[in-house]
Design a protein around this ligand. Sequence first.
Ligand SMILES: O=C(O)CCC(=O)C(=O)O
Ligand SMILES: [Mn+2]
Length: 189
Amino acid sequence: MQPTPFTFIPNWLTKAEIDMLWPILLKLPWQKEDLTLYGKTHPMPRKVIWIADHGVKYRYANKDHYPEPWPSILTQIRLKLEQTLGHDFNGVLGNLYQDGNDYMGWHSDDEKSIDDQSPIVSLSLGATRKFKFRAKNNHCDQSSIALTEGSLLVMPAGSQKYWQHTLPKMLKVTEPRINLTFRVMHSNT
Ligand SMILES: O=C(O)CCC(=O)C(=O)O
Ligand SMILES: [Mn+2]
């Protein structure tokens, strides 16, 4: 397999930060949305929320998503990310997986509204889930990594063009997981 460009940082959040963040995140206005694929509409197998700077919308699943404001705790996390990576972000997509039945299929984060010159950074809380990735030109070789609580996965600028990822079902998992993927969006799309 080609060397993957992703960087994994376990325990990026402290236990105290996790304990503070978790109950606040759970209370956010999570949305259960529909997903239309090949002309068929299904409920998305997770809940989502789009939090971003004023006016920064995100178009995915054929729909414009207008942002919720940053809760102050997430502004602090965004600052900590900027200190770690030397990069600022103007939005974060949250995913709430109630248990191991919830999942996300194979995809790249390559919508036109995302700035592909910036990294996409994924922060995990709650249940540990497996994250798999593969090169777009070779679906047979797949690698996986356990996204443990408090960990950060950095997908560098440009990597979405060549790589896909998925968060598969894990039926043994009975606990919820929250994922926050920090992104830079073009402001005028
Ligand atoms: O939940 C995860 O770790 C993956 C989330 C993801 O790929 C996305 O939001 O685009
Ligand atoms: Mn993704």
